[in-house]
Design a binder for this molecule. Sequence first.
Ligand code: DP6
Length: 357
Amino acid sequence: MKTVTCTAPVNIAVIKYWGKRDIDLILPTNSSISVTLSQDILHSKTTISTSPEFSQDRLWLNGIEEDITKNKRMHNCFRETRAIRKEMEDKAESAGSPIENLSTYPVHVCSENNFPTAAGLASSASGLAALVYTLSQLYELTISTSEVSRIARQGSGSACRSLFGGFVAWEMGQKEDGSDSLAVQIAPETHWPELEALICVVSDAKKGTSSTAGMQSTIKTSPLMNERINHVVPARMEQMTKAILDKDFQSFAELTMRDSNQFHAVCLDTYPPIFYLNDTSRAIIQLIHEYNATSQDGKLKAAYTYDAGPNAVIYAPKENMAEIIQLIGHYFPSNKEPTAFFADPYQVVNGSLGQDF
Ligand code: DP6
């Protein structure tokens, strides 16, 4: 039996992925950009064993076995990584130094998140990134990280961005087979150490509409979506890349907030509409705008962004973080003790904000 364990981080998009042009291959309708968060607090941890003694592929998620017989995405990841391993085995065989035929054995996968699954905290991103990265290590694949990301994309779109640290673009690509739809690093985590992220867990309940179902409904019904994918996002990809490379927090912050707002606007423009934000989420948006308005020099001090759920992620320069944590704590007194503090360089507030939602 061979066993490998790896962890993968969460990433939070600042230019959002929403919409697929090919559902099976998971090819997006627009490129996207994210920031990878520190693994200290948020990660998925995956252990994979493979053995000729196993009878079938099996998965345990947070300790409970899941039925994966119909899980096409997972099987795509198994198939793709096994195919590359098989090529290596065939080559080694014909070179006269055979390696173990791991590609023919079933695998047992155990995965756990140290944060709420499906609460809009990108658990599918870190989970599928951990799965594919662990498979690539198990099979000792000699492929680039972008190639690994191309496979992870087929597990969950946003997962491809969790293969890199720092600032990451998922280039949508043009090809029908998806071979050019993969993640690339814009800058490593060391590039902008003054930037921090604060995660405010507004609710850890499972979200109502999955991103997979929600985004297809948006594609089918939202007229605003055409404007977003054809005009708005292509321009923002360039502006955001430049803002990151220049460490220009003003542009980064405004683009981040505008893109989060437009993503939630296309959700509202979907018919029937999709609501991911709740009253607490909206109150945090207002608080951040009011906080920015107190700035002496007119410069933005913080930016919010929300994925497919009510939890806020606030990006800000390190020097403002203590003030922001105080503000959030004052206006949204937690009914639970915060359970986790706060990794450098990214900070996390865990625990529930506000009352019952
Ligand atoms: C709102 O990657 O979860 O978080 O590809 O169907 O698995 P699938 O969707 P998923 O969608 C994430 C959407 C988002 C925005 C983002 O992360 O870019």
